[in-house]
Design a protein around this ligand. Structure first.
Ligand code: COA
Length: 182
């Protein structure tokens, strides 16, 4: 039997869970604690990847989590929420053609399985159903290499750099402003 050559990027690749068993979908409001748990986990594990802090969100009410999760798609594997992606439509009259991706996260032990890619596909397909939308924007810390790579894979381009946009602890971070025309 021939020995299998490892993929060139094999070191960072794990395909422990078959991607086909992970479904991207919205969750009913009675599963708001799935959202809360995953969101608080993300703010704790990757604080410099997001614009808000654990302390700010830890105190949100049940009603607020329920309101926010209406705009979120979840990656569900064996009935567990292992990832999420949010999208918003700008409500201002002159900006109703713009959508925004927010809160993109895959739990650490499921990264590299293709879930992020699958979530992006689903979110963009949901956004496209709104025929008014002509472009999608997002903000990302360039230190989140996997995130930048996945966005570039979907055709997002860097429009500009917001200098010292985030301060986490004592450290400042620049943030990339990216967009994709639909
Ligand atoms: C960004 C994130 C959601 C990607 O999720 P994922 O399920 O691991 O992504 P995928 O397995 O679909 O990989 C998507 C692409 O990301 C890139 N990528 C994945 N892992 C990577 C790594 N460790 N290093 C560099 N690039 C990586 C690759 O370009 C990959 O595409 P490819 O498989 O065609 O080569 C996940 O890494 C994450 O939650 N990171 C922490 C939070 C974060 O940075 N969120 C973004 C906020 S803007």
């Amino acid at each position: 039997m021939g020995r299998k050559e490892p993929a060139p990027d094999g070191l960072r690749r794990r395909r422990s869970t078959p991607l086909s068993s992970t479904v991207i979908r919205s969750l009913p409001s009675n599963r708001w604690d799935d959202y809360r748990n995953l969101r608080l986990e993300s703010l704790k594990s990757d604080p410099s990847a997001f614009g808000t802090s654990f302390e700010e969100e830890e105190i949100l009410t049940e009603a607020e989590w329920k309101r926010r999760m209406k705009n979120v798609l979840f990656a569900v594997s064996e009935d567990m929420s292992v990832g999420m992606i949010g999208y918003l439509f700008n409500e201002r009259v002159k900006k109703k053609h713009i959508a925004e991706l927010i809160g993109v996260y895959v739990t650490a032990n499921h990264r590299g399985e293709g879930i992020g890619t699958k979530m992006l596909e689903s979110a963009l397909s949901s956004i496209r159903k709104n025929k008014a939308i002509v472009k999608v924007q997002l903000l990302v810390n360039p230190e989140q290499r996997a995130a930048v790579n996945v966005y570039e894979k979907f055709g997002f381009v860097v429009i500009g750099v917001l200098k010292k946009e985030l301060k986490v602890g004592r450290k400042f971070y620049d943030v990339l402003f990216m967009e994709k025309m639909l």
